[in-house]
Design a protein around this ligand. Structure first.
Ligand code: MG
Length: 376
């Protein structure tokens, strides 16, 4: 059996196989680009339904807009995804407009990932989630052509993936207790903070479990003295680190806090792409890389390498995403210090089988090529 036949038998997304993405009414919204070229990009909006309303310091929502992407090449399909939580400034409209403006027919080789990124950056400077969707599909496609998952192509050992955390948002005491119960499979809990009841939230969690927590204030702490007090208080309660404690513009205050904090201070909203990593050095102890910010796996890998070279901690995060985006990020997990890759478990309408939680670690299917997903 040659490699193509193997993929076909295994159902790894050959075009000739049954349509991998169930497209019904949304089919009319699917637009095809560069039909005549060898790289054929198509996409459709797909609203993610959240299991619980997602409450952050500055917003609350029950759905996340998302766009699902397919990249066809020589009989193979690569899957990608753009997830657009509103605070990032992208929308279904901006993503589909950007994707619709791309002409990938000029590329006859999907391995030209760097050239394709340069091209996308030349089309528009931002649109990071839209670029990530193409990047993820390219990685899925090229991994399938090589017959290997990306963790292997990068030379990473999946056993080195850290425990991944399960996110508990700002909510009522009853819902917080319920979420702690739901998080049984996880060794680390991530707690969203930034409102007046921060300590209460931690006390509720501590009444149920002594598992380590990490805290994400989502820029919610305005006063640096108060932020420092919280860091000391949390350090006494088995907290691993604090993510984005203060507004991203408060650079001097964050540096002040970092010098004094007993816990590492991690940048999230502060940074997006590769050039931001150097900017974060000296202000933060580490960075939170997310594919939807970094324009995908290609730049996320470079960010992780640079941050490690600068002596910084690396965290790998996500948005609410299907298992497509989460599995793509999970390929990188063995090279980071902390993983927060639970976005697929926060939604009720996943459409891929991919990364799973095993003994608290996020694990990709070991021998499934590309990003490791199969459509449900
Ligand atoms: Mg965060």
């Amino acid at each position: 059996m040659n490699r193509r036949d193997f993929f076909k038998a295994a159902g790894f997304g050959l075009v000739a196989a049954a349509s991998p993405i169930s497209i019904s009414a949304a089919d009319t919204a699917t637009r095809h680009i560069s039909r005549g070229g060898r790289l054929n990009l198509s996409f459709e909006p797909y609203e993610l339904k959240l299991r619980h309303s997602f409450n952050l310091a500055k917003s609350s929502r029950t759905t996340t807009p998302d766009v699902q992407v397919r990249l066809e090449y020589d009989g193979l399909v690569g899957y990608g995804e753009a997830s657009m939580p509103p605070y990032l400034g992208e929308s279904v409209d901006s993503v589909t407009r950007f994707l619709g403006s791309l002409d990938l027919s000029q590329f006859d080789d999907p391995f030209r990932i760097e050239d394709i990124h340069d091209y996308m950056d030349s089309v528009a400077p931002d649109n990071r989630a839209a670029k990530a969707s193409v990047d993820i599909a390219l990685h899925d496609l090229t991994g399938k052509i090589m017959g290997q998952p990306w963790y292997k192509i990068w030379g990473l050992n999946p056993d080195n993936a850290p425990d991944t955390s399960y996110t508990i948002g700002i909510d009522t005491a009853e819902v917080v207790r319920q979420k702690v119960d739901e998080a049984d499979a996880y060794n680390v809990l991530k707690v969203k903070m930034g409102l007046d009841n921060d300590k209460e939230l931690v006390e509720i969690i501590r009444s149920k479990t002594d598992r380590p927590i990490c805290v994400d204030a989502n820029q919610g702490w305005d006063d640096r003295e108060k932020a420092l007090n919280m860091c000391h208080w949390l350090a006494e309660r088995n907290c691993l680190f604090v993510e984005q404690p203060m507004p991203k513009e408060r650079i001097d205050d964050t540096a002040w806090l970092r010098e004094r904090s007993p816990l590492p201070i991690i940048a999230d909203e502060f940074l997006q792409r590769l050039p931001d990593v150097r900017r974060a050095a000296g202000i933060y102890d580490g960075i939170n890389i997310k594919l939807m910010k970094s324009t995908g796996m290609h730049e996320a890998y470079k960010m992780a390498v640079l941050a490690k070279a600068l002596g910084m901690k690396v965290m790998l995060g996500c948005m609410t995403e299907t298992s497509c985006g989460i599995s793509a990020a999970s390929q990188l997990a063995p090279m980071v210090d902390w993983a927060d890759l639970d976005g697929n478990l926060l939604i009720a309408n996943d459409r891929f089988d991919g990364a799973r939680i095993v003994n608290g670690q996020v694990r990709v299917p070991l021998d499934r090529p590309g990003i490791g997903v199969v459509p449900l």
